[in-house]
Every structure is written in structure tokens, then in C-alpha cells.
Design a protein around this ligand. Structure first.
Ligand code: NAD
Ligand code: LMR
Length: 311
């Protein structure tokens, strides 16, 4: 089993490291365009194998897609991250071209691979990869909801002084400030979260979650990588171990939630075939309006992609 991670920057290297430590494959290929970067990071990672006790071999290559041939899963993280003052959408002019050319190379060498997009603006970059890859949408999807839900769960665990393991939550919509955390579908070991926390505190956590990426960009001058890398690796794990996990994933909608031809965060079942089911949970009027607002924000960025005329 071979897994490829494209982009050996902060997120890609972290993701490759998580995949290796979990021994999800015999081999992880790390690809970057910068000469020597992936070779160096892969070598450094491989030297942790005797310390952290794993067998997965990590190999770095510079733009050599022949080395990625036959990958079962490919994670695409290549592209610019945002800086303070920018929105994720501001990255589209550079990242759309990167995602397109990387996806072409990936599909050429691994036509059957399941592709997970991480590059921002996430929902539209996933759509761009789908248009480029020309493969079924159950095999092309994006990582955002696992990360956004993890942020929401981490904030709740801290506020309630409970283990993050006991927080179950659902969050839907695009990977932007319009994302939709769903308190009605949030529990602490099965107890509705609304019974354990005051409404104003819950509202503050929801608002913090929606801007969780920006909070980190302001702190670090670039965007986050530990949680994003771990989140993408968790999706890879669900696929290669055929776990049938239910995660919020950026998926192509085909009538679900009354929407079509748009990639948006929704709960799905992830297994060896990629997205094995898009799950339609019942949303009330207010939740549906929030989801539609989030979809409208994604559509406005899809329009920018369309106007770029590169797909
Ligand atoms: N979906 C999410 O939840 C999420 C979370 C975090 C970051 N991101 C996004 O992931 C992307 C990467 O973030 P990062 O922090 O790792 O950035 P980074 O700058 O640390 O790494 C990006 C890497 O991509 C490489 N690259 C650029 N063009 C390439 C190409 N054509 N082929 C191969 N490699 C190429 C660069 O050389 C660089 O090493 C950004 O777009 C960021 O916004 C998304
Ligand atoms: O916020 C960003 O720009 C990166 C990523 O989308 C995140 O949510 O951490």
C-alpha cells in the first residue's frame, strides 16, 4: 500500500508524519516542487522510525510523480497558506492553478487513487480537483469538517473541563467563517451539550470555532498545521482501514440538502470506497438557512474560479 502526500510544507509534512506513525501504509511518498524540501523532511521523519517504532517508509521526491504511481490515497496540500489580514478565498488565484496541475499529475500516475484536497479555499479547490480528475465524486473530496469539528470539540472540552474524547459534534457547510456548527447535534457522552453549558457561552464557542483558522493565522503569521495534518491523516485511516467512520467531509452534493453541483461540508460515511454515503440529517428552518448562507458564500468563490477560465 502506497500513500502520497503532495506539498511538503507545514500541513503536508505533518500529515505524512501522522500517516507513518499510524503505519497506515508500507510507503508514504512526499512530493514538493521545492528542490530538496521533501527529501529532507522525509529523511528526518524516517529517522524517527527507530524511536517511535514504526515501519512505514517515508520517501521524499521533487516533482517526480512517477514515484507516486499506484498510490491508493493521495492527499493534496500544495499551495499558499494565508497571512494575517487575508481570507482563505484570497488564495484562489494562485492555488487553483497549483491544484489543477498537481491533480493532473496525480491522476496520470494513480488513476484509481482516492484524492483528498486540503489546499484553500477548500470547497472550491476540491471542486477544481473534481473537474480536473474527471472521476467519480466518491473518490474526490476535501478535508475541513474533521478539523473544524475538532476545534469546536476542543473548545467545548476546555470550557466544560471534560475529556475531548467524550465530545461528539457535527458541523456543516463551507470551510469559511460561514461554517455551521450544530449544537442540536452536539453531545457530551450522549448528554445534549445545551444541558451542560449556558447559551451565551455556547454561542461564544460557536463564534470562536467559525473563526478558528483566523485565530491561529493571527497568532502565528501563517496558518495551522498540527490539527489540519492530523485531520487529513484520520480521513486516510478511515479509508485504508475501511472503518466506515462518520465524518463531516467536503463532498459533492447531488440533491442532498436540496443542493446540486456544489462541494460543501456534510456528514458522510468514509470507507475503502471513499465516500460510501452522504448522510442527510434533519435540519430545522434556522439551521437550513445557515447552511444555505454558507453554500451561497462557496458559490461566490466558485464564480471566481469560473471567471479564471482555467478549468
Ligand atoms: N483544509 C483545511 O482545513 C486546511 C488547513 C490548513 C491549511 N490548509 C491549506 O493547505 C495549504 C498548505 O498549507 P501549509 O501551511 O502546508 O503551507 P506551506 O507553505 O507550509 O506548504 C505548502 C507547500 O506546497 C508546495 N507547493 C507549491 N506549489 C506546489 C506544486 N505545484 N507542487 C507541489 N508542491 C507545491 C510549496 O513548495 C510548499 O512547500 C494552504 O493552501 C492552506 O491554506 C487547509
Ligand atoms: O485558516 C486557514 O487559512 C487555514 C485552514 O483553513 C484552517 O482552518 O486552519
Amino acid at each position: 500500500m502506497k500513500i502520497t502526500v503532495v506539498g511538503a510544507g507545514n500541513v503536508g509534512a505533518t500529515c505524512a508524519n501522522c500517516i507513518a506513525q499510524k503505519e497506515l501504509a508500507n510507503e508514504v511518498i512526499l512530493v514538493d516542487i521545492k528542490e530538496g524540501l521533501s527529501e529532507g523532511k522525509a529523511l528526518d521523519m524516517w529517522q524517527t522510525a527507530p524511536i517511535n517504532y514504526y515501519n512505514t517508509h517515508v520517501k521524499g521526491v521533487t516533482n517526480d510523480y512517477a514515484a507516486t504511481a499506484g498510490s491508493e490515497v493521495v492527499v493534496i496540500t500544495s499551495g499558499l497558506p494565508r497571512k494575517p489580514g487575508m481570507s482563505r478565498d484570497d488564495l484562489i488565484s494562485i492555488n487553483a492553478g497549483i491544484v489543477k496541475s498537481v491533480t493532473e499529475n496525480v491522476v496520470k500516475h494513480s488513476p484509481d487513487a482516492i484524492i483528498i484536497i486540503v489546499s484553500n479555499p477548500l470547497d472550491v479547490m476540491t471542486y477544481a480537483a473534481f473537474l480536473t480528475a474527471k472521476k467519480a465524486s466518491n473518490k474526490v473530496f476535501g478535508m475541513a469538517g474533521v478539523l473544524d469539528t475538532a476545534r469546536y470539540r476542543a473548545f467545548l472540552a476546555e470550557e466544560l473541563n471534560v475529556s475531548p474524547k467524550d465530545i461528539q459534534a457535527l458541523l456543516m457547510g463551507g470551510h469559511g467563517d460561514t461554517m455551521v456548527p450544530l449544537p442540536r447535534y452536539t453531545t457530551v457522552a450522549g448528554i445534549p451539550v445545551t444541558e451542560l453549558i449556558e447559551a451565551d457561552k455556547l454561542e461564544a464557542i460557536i463564534e470562536r470555532t467559525k473563526k478558528g483558522g483566523g485565530e491561529l493565522v493571527n497568532l502565528m503569521g501563517t496558518s495551522a498545521w498540527y490539527a489540519p495534518g492530523a485531520a487529513a491523516a484520520q480521513m486516510v485511516e478511515a479509508i485504508v482501514r475501511d472503518q466506515k467512520r462518520i465524518f463531516p467531509v467536503c463532498a459533492l452534493l447531488n440533491g442532498e440538502y436540496g443542493m446540486k453541483d456544489i462541494y460543501l461540508g456534510v456528514p458522510v460515511k468514509l470507507g475503502k470506497n471513499g465516500i460510501e454515503e452522504v448522510i442527510e440529517v434533519k435540519l430545522n428552518k434556522e439551521e437550513m438557512e445557515l447552511l444555505e448562507g454558507s453554500a451561497a458564500a462557496v458559490k461566490s468563490v466558485m464564480k471566481v474560479l469560473d471567471e479564471m477560465n482555467i478549468m
